[in-house]
Design a protein around this ligand. Structure first.
Ligand code: UD1
Length: 342
């Protein structure tokens, strides 16, 4: 059973990827410092897959611990690197936290693997496209100046990884550019666990519906879009998790495109914020208390991905639609109410 290191494996996307890796026949090994996740997620994963995944709690920014871990685990052949800080707003307030966390960890990992063959999958983001000139946006669209330090860490990390893969024989890298991950596992045993007030749309919707938040504010309905609200390419987190398995498999086979490659991971469909709310209300049977508020600074107006390259060359395609995204997010929120995780 090939061992895959999943950094940030107790987090939202990481935990779903651990499940999908295991179900595809891999042995996931989690490293997480639990700065933005709960150790209880390991028990939740066990309820789904029947075994508790191997877990190591430390911070990848710690060079000595990272190096020791890599030396002690010579049978790891692939890395999926999720561990990073990811709140756009916080990154503007505290950019040094973002540059430190996201780069020290990445560089420690790359340095520790400098002499070992390794397949590396990186969590990137559609944020690298900024406001795209053409939609759907393809992987060859220009990377725009980042709107936040968070976005900049993704852009710079992609450059570091491309140069690293091209310079050293042992690295083969795929960066996955996620659109907007939402939803939860169909068992409702794992899902997104935002700490404090959610910044992202879906957890805010479900927390409002369950009564944890009084109301949702839609940030602007005067954009140049059909209903005036922003448009996003929402992607079910389980589909997104499967894209990581596909990326590892492509790297294992040998990627004909070369040592570094980039793929969009979305559905290819755009839904507006108001359409997402409508879909949630439909599948949950709940009327959502929401108001229209001012625009949020820095928001992209509309973005959705061209997924032809992913489907043709990565061999991956999203299977779950907006209704499944909303229904699973709602089931998870209801599960959490009965079984708090913290
Ligand atoms: C952004 C980044 C994404 C990053 C994510 C991390 C882009 C295109 N995307 O996602 O790469 O990983 O942040 O946080 O830059 N909204 C409301 N009310 C709310 C919350 C959100 O109306 O209470 C609206 C936003 O204005 C936006 C949409 O919902 O139009 C989605 O927002 P959000 O979930 O925060 O994700 P992005 O900003 O698209």
């Amino acid at each position: 059973m090939r061992k895959i290191l999943v950094t940030g494996g107790t987090g939202y996307i990481g935990s779903h990827t651990v499940v999908e890796l295991f179900q595809a026949g891999y042995t996931p090994v989690i490293v997480d410092n639990l700065s933005n996740s709960s150790v209880q997620i390991l028990d939740q994963i066990e309820k789904i897959i029947g075994v508790k995944p191997e877990f190591h709690q430390f911070d990848l920014c710690d060079t000595a611990k990272t190096t020791t871990f890599v030396q002690n685990n010579p049978d790891i052949t692939g890395i999926i690197h999720f561990a990073a800080s990811k709140a756009v707003g916080e990154s503007v307030i505290d950019p040094l936290k973002y540059y430190s966390n996201n780069f020290f960890s990445l560089l420690n990992l790359l340095n520790a693997y400098k002499d070992k063959p390794v397949n590396f999958v990186f969590s990137s983001s559609c944020t690298v496209y900024g406001e795209p000139d053409e939609l759907p946006v393809t992987e060859s669209a220009p990377v725009k100046k980042a709107a936040s330090p968070y976005g900049n860490t993704k852009q710079i990390a992609e450059e570091i990884l491309e140069e690293t893969a091209n310079a050293y024989d042992n690295y083969n890298v795929i960066a996955l550019r996620y659109f907007n991950p939402v939803g939860a596992h169909h068992t409702a045993l794992i899902g997104e666990l935002p700490i404090g007030v959610p910044q992202n749309l879906l957890p805010f919707i479900t927390q409002t519906a369950i009564g944890k938040r009084e109301k949702l504010t839609v940030f602007g309905n005067d954009y140049d879009t059909p209903d005036g609200s922003c448009i996003r390419d929402f992607i079910h987190v389980v589909d997104l998790a499967k894209a990581h398995v596909a990326a590892i498999q492509l790297l294992e086979k040998g990627n004909p495109n070369g040592k570094y490659d980039v793929f969009n991971v979305g559905t290819g469909n755009g839904y507006s914020v108001l359409e997402a709310i409508g879909a949630f209300e439909k599948v949950s049977g709940q009327k959502l208390n929401y108001v229209i508020g001012p625009r949020r600074e820095g928001d992209i107006i509309k973005v959705w991905g061209d997924v032809a390259k992913s489907s043709q060359e990565l061999g991956w395609k999203a299977e779950l639609g907006i209704d499944e995204m909303m229904a699973s997010a709602w089931a998870w929120e209801k599960y959490l109410k009965e079984h708090p995780i913290g």
